[in-house]
Design a binder for this molecule. Structure first.
Ligand code: 5AD
Length: 355
């Protein structure tokens, strides 16, 4: 066996035994990736997930409630410079009926995701959170609405929001600058994440894999940042090009590397809630299943009104039907059953929540 493979297998074993990895150990793991080490990482990650959460997959009803965005991220189809995007914003009534429908289907977590849309002031967003909580008191509300002030996050938390997703996208400041307009910064992003944690949100960070300019050092920065922040959730998906962005001709990120990173993150943060993302499911036909086999334990079916789903186009061909659609939960159940998992309709809080 090649020394590199052997060292990588040893490092993966140590990680699964709870060793806190330093950068060299993480580098050894990244550099040693091959089919053998990836299978080993996936097996240990799956064992870890099973030990913490059992063979259960949590589902979240994803409501993409506005695609207006003040930001101009170079990778994203919702960027403000994309004049071809057909913009929409759901009304409070529409959002509430998505939740009602989702609740009837059995969802107990709603993820409200949107661009950074100035229409959704703290007053409006807090009222929305309160209305959802009043209608569905047994549900968790997750927000994914980007960077806001500390006061705004505090108000949303006080209104009853339980969780917040804000991917850091890349923890390498120079890479961050390649992906984002000058007015955005990694340090502000990180401040937001730390504030969310401080306020008691179950907080989600995460990165795209294979976004233009990403290097091995960027991924090491990502892994070190995740170790330091210890987010309750980590969203990892491959970069996929969108035809109306400056990155239209850039190659998509690797599915295999994404799966490997899911396994590594599961081993680094055993209790993490780890979604098999829509981007992973879009990039490869069996992507979501492969994600679960690599250590993921969450899927987020689309609960947005069918008429707007194709307008929330972060990247080309974004999946929103079949296994991705909330109304097809039985297909998802069957798919998960095939690989030995049960879809759980519990709120699916982080294992350390309340402890
Ligand atoms: N490819 C993959 N993921 C993307 N996102 C945005 N644009 C793309 C893209 N082109 C991801 C970002 C964002 C999340 C909502 O979607 O990571 O945080």
């Amino acid at each position: 066996m090649k020394t590199q493979t052997k060292q990588c297998l040893d490092a993966i074993s140590h990680l699964s035994e709870g060793a806190c990895p330093d950068r060299e150990m993480l580098r050894c793991i990244l550099q040693g990736r091959n089919t053998e080490t990836a299978a080993f990482a996936a097996e240990l990650a799956a064992q870890t997930r099973d030990r913490v959460y059992g063979r259960r997959i949590f589902v979240r009803g994803l409501i993409e409630f506005t695609n207006f965005c003040r930001n101009d991220c170079l990778y994203c189809g919702l960027r403000r410079s994309n004049k071809n995007a057909s913009r929409y914003r759901l009304t409070e009534e529409e959002i509430l009926s998505c939740c009602e429908l989702g609740h009837r289907i059995g969802f107990r977590t709603f993820v409200l995701q949107g661009g950074e849309d100035a229409y959704f002031t703290d007053k409006r967003l807090c009222a929305l959170v309160r209305a959802i909580k009043a209608k569905c008191p047994d549900c968790a509300v997750t927000l994914s609405v980007g960077e806001r002030s500390a006061e705004s996050y505090a108000a949303l938390r006080a209104a009853g929001a339980d969780r917040y997703l804000l991917r850091h996208e890349t923890a390498d400041a120079s890479h961050y600058a390649l992906l984002h307009p000058a007015e955005m910064s990694l340090s502000h992003r990180m401040d937001c994440l730390r504030e969310l944690k401080r306020l008691g949100f179950q907080t989600g960070a995460g990165m795209m894999v294979g976004s233009p300019g990403q290097t091995e050092e960027s991924l090491l920065d990502d892994l070190e940042f995740l170790l330091e922040l210890r987010p309750e959730m980590v969203g990892i998906g491959p970069f996929l090009p969108h035809h109306d962005t400056p990155f239209r001709d850039k190659p998509a990120g690797s599915v295999e590397l994404t799966l490997y990173l899911l396994s590594i993150v599961r081993l680094m943060l055993p209790e993490v809630l780890l979604p098999a993302t829509t981007a992973l499911g879009t990039a490869s036909a069996g992507g979501r299943t492969a994600g679960v086999l690599a250590g993921a334990n969450v899927v987020m079916p689309n609960l947005s009104p069918p008429g707007v789903r194709e307008k929330y186009l972060l990247y080309d061909n974004k999946a929103c039907t079949g296994l991705e659609a909330a109304e097809h939960l039985s297909e998802l159940r069957a798919e998960m059953k095939k690989i030995g998992f049960a879809v759980s309709m519990d709120r699916g809080d982080h294992a350390c929540c309340g402890k």
